[in-house]
Design a protein around this ligand. Structure first.
Ligand code: NAD
Length: 262
């Protein structure tokens, strides 16, 4: 079993979905965790307290809006002063917008680039010097099957996730001799609020019913015909934090039920 006691992890976008499951898996292995994201204050506090129970170490929360580089500076500084500089950075926060290109709202393009791509650059550039000092680091980026293949009406998301995959490879090379690994996990469709929220837009963009979107658009891509679970993604992240994964760097690990094998 992976033992992360004494380690500190910063997991972005971890108040729900995949990020929360990763934070829980890291806490179960003993890591002190900083979570980040938006949502109901009482629910977030319940998650934070639960993480402390799981790890027996400190768990803290940052409400930083990762579209804002200055907020990212402050989040990393708070993590470092309150629990210590992170050994593990999980860049997970992300958003989606579904629209044909001619009508794609410019503000949504800018927001997706800022959150899904630029935030990964800003957190990494702060954290890598601290990981180098420790001679140990694990950076895990939640990319997507859309870092490898495209779907119509998701131009910003697909462009940003392809960018994350390229960034991951580049930074893996830059840190290869420093005890740091940098990888991305590329899930197919995982049942989370992010997927649930895009169903109405996909219904409108393609003129389909909810059932048609679920079966003919989402699960059609996945040969397993089932959604990936957040626990499966979290178990992969935990493995990447282990000593056994020390030689895995620059990889883009597909967890997509066979989608990109086709
Ligand atoms: P989710 O909507 O459940 O979680 C997103 C998290 O990001 C939440 O904690 C939210 O509060 C946070 N967040 C949103 N905007 C933010 C901002 N501006 N600043 C800081 N935090 C912000 O979604 P999810 O499905 O768990 O997605 C997590 C990651 O997984 C995303 O990067 C997404 O692109 C990726 N992904 C999801 C799927 C899927 O099918 N759900 C598939 C592949 C990749």
């Amino acid at each position: 079993m992976t033992d992360l006691s004494g380690k500190r992890a910063l997991v972005t976008g971890s108040t729900s979905g995949i990020g929360l499951a990763i934070a829980q898996a890291l806490a179960d292995a003993g890591a002190a965790v900083m979570i980040n994201g938006f949502g109901d204050a009482d629910e977030i506090e319940a998650h934070r307290a639960d993480l402390e129970q799981r790890s027996g170490a400190k768990a803290i929360y940052s409400d930083a809006n990762l579209m804002n580089p200055e907020a990212i500076d402050a989040m990393v500084a708070a993590c470092t002063s309150e629990i210590g500089s992170p050994h593990i950075l999980v860049n997970n926060a992300g958003m989606q917008h579904v629209s044909p290109i001619a009508e794609f709202p410019v503000d949504k393009w800018d927001a997706i680039m800022a959150l899904n791509l630029s935030a990964v650059f800003h957190t990494s550039r702060h954290v890598i010097p601290m990981m180098r000092q420790k001679g140990f680091g694990r950076i895990i980026n939640t990319a997507s099957a859309h870092s490898l293949v495209a779907s119509p009406n998701k131009s910003a998301y697909v462009a940003a996730k392809h960018g994350v995959a390229g960034f991951t490879k580049t930074i893996a090379l830059e840190t290869a001799e420093d005890g740091i690994t940098v990888n991305c996990i590329s899930p197919g469709y995982v049942w989370t609020p992010l997927v649930e929220q895009q169903i109405p837009d996909t219904m409108a963009a393609r003129g389909l019913t909810r059932e048609q979107v679920m079966n003919d658009v989402l699960l059609k891509a996945q040969p397993t015909k089932r959604f990936v679970t957040v626990e499966e993604v979290a178990s992969c992240a935990l493995y990447l934090c282990s000593d056994g994964a020390a030689s895995i760097t620059g990889a883009n690990i597909s967890m997509d039920g066979g989608w990109t094998a086709q």
